[in-house]
Design a protein around this ligand. Structure first.
Ligand code: GDP
Ligand code: MG
Length: 382
C-alpha cells in the first residue's frame, strides 16, 4: 500500500521490522520502522530480499476491495443494447467575478419546468434545466458548485462527473489567469468546452477580443473555422441563455456519446454532503448509470445505509433517480466526502462491510501520516 511503513511490510512478510531497517541502512537509507516509506524504496527493499513488492495506490486498493464483493465502479454502464440517452452533466468554470454564480442562478431561474413546479428550486448542489432543441425537449444537468476545486477533487478520485465545461469569460475583462487554469483543467480531463462570453450587456464589453484571446489557447470559435461554440450571454438581462443551452446540447451530440443503462444497480458520485440537524446525513448524488430507488442498500465512500428518501432539485420527494439526475439521498449513517463513489449493493450487510473496510483504511492512512509527521518532528528536535 502506498505510504506503508517498514512495520507494515515486516508484518506482511513475517520478519522483524528492525531487520528491514538494517537492510535499508546498508543500502544507504536511514528509515525508522514506523516512518512511511517511498514506493521505490519499498521496491528496492523487495528486490534485495527476493520479494516481489508492488505498491498499490488507494484507487487500486479500493478497486480490489470492490472486486472482492464482485463489484466494479464506473466502468460498466451497461450492454450496448440496453443503453439509453442521458442528459449531459455540465460544470461552470472561469475567473473570479466573471459571473459563474450569476449565470448558474439565471439558468436555474430560466427553467420553465421549475417555475411551473412551484418556483422555488432547492439548492442541492446540482439542478436540471430543460430546453427545446430541434423540436425535442432536452435536459441538461448543471453542477451548481462553481470553481474547479470540486471538479479537480472529483477527478483526482477517478470520478468523472462532468461531461462538458462551460467556460465563463467576462466580455469586459477578457481572458484572465483563472480562465487559463480552468481551460487547462478541462483539457486535462478531456472535457469539451463551451465558451459563455458573459456581461455582453456592458458598454465596455468586447466579445470579439475574447474570441481572439481564446483562439490563441486553442479554443477557436466555429465562426472562425474552429470547433468551439462561443455564446454571448448576459446573466443579468438573460440575453443568450437559450442559445447557451442549445450550444451545450449540440456540443454533447457532436462530441459525446452520452448513454447509460437505466435498468441496473445504480452507481454515481456524491457531489455534496452535509449533516442536517433534522434529517441526518444528506448527500447529493449524481447517478451515472442505473436508477437509484428508495429502499436500496448503498455505500457512499465510507458511509453506508438504506435509501430512506430521495429529493429532487425542486424539493420534491421522488421514488427514483435515473442517469444524470441529481438527487438528495437520505438514510446514510454518516456524511460521505465530495467526490466519493456511490454504489447500490445487494444488502445492508454488504454496504456496511465495504464502508467499514474503507473507514479502517482511511484511519490507517491518517495514522501513518501522523506518525510520519512525528518522526520528522523528532528529527528536527535533535
Ligand atoms: P463569480 O465569481 O464568477 O461567481 O461571479 P458572480 O456571479 O459573483 O458575479 C460577479 C459580479 O459580476 C457580480 O457583481 C454580478 O452581479 C456581476 N455580473 C455577473 N454577470 C453579469 C452580467 O451578465 N452583466 C453584468 N453587467 N454584470 C454581471
Ligand atoms: Mg461565485
Amino acid at each position: 500500500r502506498r505510504g506503508a511503513s517498514l512495520t507494515d511490510l515486516a508484518e506482511k512478510i513475517g520478519v522483524e521490522a528492525a531487520s528491514l531497517v538494517q537492510v535499508l541502512f546498508h543500502l544507504g537509507e536511514m528509515v525508522t520502522a514506523t516512518q512511511s516509506v517511498a514506493d521505490d524504496t519499498l521496491e528496492v527493499l523487495g528486490a534485495e530480499l527476493d520479494y516481489n513488492i508492488e505498491v498499490v495506490s488507494p484507487e487500486d486498493e479500493d478497486r480490489e476491495l470492490l472486486e472482492s464483493f464482485d463489484l466494479e465502479f464506473g466502468e460498466d454502464i451497461g450492454d450496448e443494447d440496453d443503453l439509453e440517452a442521458r442528459p449531459p452533466v455540465v460544470t461552470v468554470m472561469g475567473h473570479v467575478d466573471h459571473g459563474k454564480t450569476k449565470l448558474l442562478d439565471a439558468l436555474r431561474n430560466s427553467n420553465v419546468q421549475a417555475r411551473e413546479a412551484g418556483g422555488i428550486t432547492q439548492a442541492i448542489g446540482a439542478y436540471q434545466v430543460e430546453t427545446e432543441v430541434d423540436g425535442n425537449e432536452r435536459k441538461i444537468t448543471f453542477i451548481d458548485t462553481p470553481g474547479h476545486e470540486a471538479f479537480t477533487a472529483m477527478r483526482a478520485r477517478g470520478a468523472k462527473s462532468t461531461d462538458i465545461a462551460v467556460l465563463v469569460v467576462a466580455a469586459d475583462d477578457g481572458v484572465m489567469p483563472q480562465t487559463i487554469e480552468a481551460l487547462n483543467h478541462a483539457k486535462a480531463a478531456d472535457v469539451p468546452i463551451v465558451v459563455a462570453v458573459n456581461k455582453v450587456d456592458k458598454d465596455t464589453a468586447d466579445p470579439t477580443r475574447v474570441r481572439g484571446q481564446l483562439s490563441e489557447f486553442g479554443l477557436v470559435p466555429e465562426e472562425y473555422g474552429g470547433d468551439t461554440q462561443f455564446v454571448d450571454v448576459s446573466a443579468i438581462t438573460g440575453q443568450g441563455l437559450e442559445n447557451l443551452l442549445e450550444s451545450i446540447v449540440l456540443t454533447a451530440d457532436a462530441a459525446l456519446d452520452l448513454r447509460a443503462n437505466p435498468d441496473m444497480p445504480a452507481q454515481g458520485v456524491a457531489i455534496e454532503a452535509h449533516l442536517d440537524k433534522g434529517r441526518g446525513p444528506v448527500a447529493t448524488v449524481l447517478v451515472h448509470r442505473g436508477t437509484l430507488r428508495i429502499g436500496e442498500s448503498i455505500v457512499a465512500g465510507s458511509a453506508h445505509g438504506r435509501v430512506r428518501a430521495l429529493i429532487n432539485d425542486q424539493g420534491q420527494n421522488v421514488d427514483e433517480a435515473p442517469p444524470s439526475m441529481p438527487v438528495q439521498v437520505l438514510g446514510l449513517t454518516s456524511v460521505p466526502g465530495a467526490g466519493d463513489n456511490v454504489l447500490v449493493v445487494d444488502d445492508d450487510r454488504m454496504a456496511r462491510q465495504i464502508a467499514d473496510k474503507r473507514e479502517a483504511r482511511m484511519r490507517a492512512a491518517q495514522q501513518a501520516k501522523a506518525s510520519r509527521r512525528k518522526t520528522l518532528d523528532q528529527l528536527f528536535e535533535q
